[in-house]
Design a protein around this ligand. Structure first.
Ligand code: ZN
Length: 85
C-alpha cells in the first residue's frame, strides 16, 4: 500500500503551516514550530505530532491503524527523541 510521507503540520499556537517529511521508522515526539518557536507534543492518545497536528497520520498508523504505532513512549532509546527538559 502507498504510504503518504508528506504531512502539513499546523501549529496550534500561531496557525503556521509547515510541510514535513515523516520518517518511516520513528515517531516524531515533539515539533518546534519554525515560525513562533513553540514546542509541541502530541495530544493525549496520539502517538506523534503528525497524528495530532498533521494532515496525514504517521506511517505506522497508516499501515497498522491507530494503536499500531510505537505506543510505548516510556522506553527511552526506543527511537523517539525526547528532549531533556
Ligand atoms: Zn507556531
Amino acid at each position: 500500500m502507498a504510504v503518504e510521507l508528506q504531512s502539513i503540520l499546523t501549529c496550534p499556537s500561531c496557525g503556521f503551516k509547515h510541510e514535513e517529511t515523516m520518517p518511516t521508522d520513528a515517531c516524531l515526539w515533539y515539533w518546534v514550530c519554525p515560525d513562533c518557536i513553540a514546542m509541541h507534543r502530541p495530544q493525549p492518545g496520539d502517538c506523534c505530532v503528525f497524528c495530532s497536528y498533521g494532515t496525514v497520520a504517521c506511517p505506522p498508523v497508516q499501515v497498522s491503524g491507530k494503536g499500531g504505532c510505537c505506543a510505548g513512549h516510556d522506553q527511552p532509546g526506543a527511537g523517539a527523541s525526547e528532549p531533556n527538559l
